[in-house]
Design a protein around this ligand. Structure first.
Ligand SMILES: N[C@@H](CCC(=O)N[C@@H](CS)C(=O)NCC(=O)O)C(=O)O
Length: 203
């Protein structure tokens, strides 16, 4: 059974795509123009939310990017990309996985929506500015973490790095340049040298 991933270039589906590439797992990639809710109406029959990613693995259907990464490493591991329950950083690992989307990507999506996606007359500089600031203050946790270590958990590259680095992909595309504080910038320069990142970034 082939893993099937629905994707839009450089959207949150980049997280599971990068994980699939790092793990060398065979998969079928379906790339759609963004937003699929509008460009690819038939996609709503696969994921009624209209959001990407969507992973299909036999009877399993998943639509949360960090959850899909966790599923892939646990279901198709063992993989060094996962932090095991018996490792000291297991709690930090789960915290970064959830923080990557709930705390760090969420405010960016409001910036995206109110600066670019809405029609001109519905754009809202105040909402965009407030959530830009919200994002930057939440991102201070990453500056602190990367000042102290090369990778976020267990002294190795894991899906926590994949999920959090995607936040920086989005920050770059939204031109939130202040996100790249000194240690975050060094972390980004290092992580983006990975061939897996480069491939997932361009697909
Ligand atoms: N929490 C979900 C959010 C998924 C999501 O909202 N994806 C965005 C793209 S990054 C999307 O599909 N937006 C299109 C839309 O809302 O129509 C995740 O982490 O995968």
């Amino acid at each position: 059974m082939t893993l099937k991933l629905y994707h839009c270039t450089r959207a949150r589906s980049m997280r599971p795509l990068w994980t699939l590439i790092e793990m060398g797992l065979p998969h079928e990639l379906i790339t759609m123009p963004f937003p699929p809710r509008v460009t690819t109406r038939e996609y709503l029959q696969i994921n009624p939310l209209g959001t990407i990613p969507c992973l299909i693995d036999g009877d399993v259907k998943m639509t949360e990017s960090a959850g899909i990464c966790q599923y892939l490493v646990d279901r198709y591991g063992p993989s060094e990309l996962a932090v095991r329950v018996d490792e000291p950083d297991y709690g930090a690992y789960l915290n970064w996985l959830h923080r990557s989307d709930a705390t760090l990507t969420f405010p960016q999506t409001l910036v995206l929506r109110y600066t670019r996606l809405e029609p001109e007359d519905r754009r809202n500089p105040q909402v965009a500015g407030d959530y830009r600031q919200w994002f930057l203050s939440r991102l201070r946790s990453l500056e602190k973490a990367t000042a102290e270590r090369e990778y976020l958990c267990s002294n190795r590259f894991t899906i926590a790095d994949i999920c959090v680095s995607y936040v920086l992909v989005l920050a770059q595309s939204l031109e939130i340049h202040e996100a790249f504080t000194p240690h975050v910038q060094r972390y980004w320069d290092h992580i983006t040298q990975r061939p897996g990142f480069q491939e997932a970034f361009k697909l």
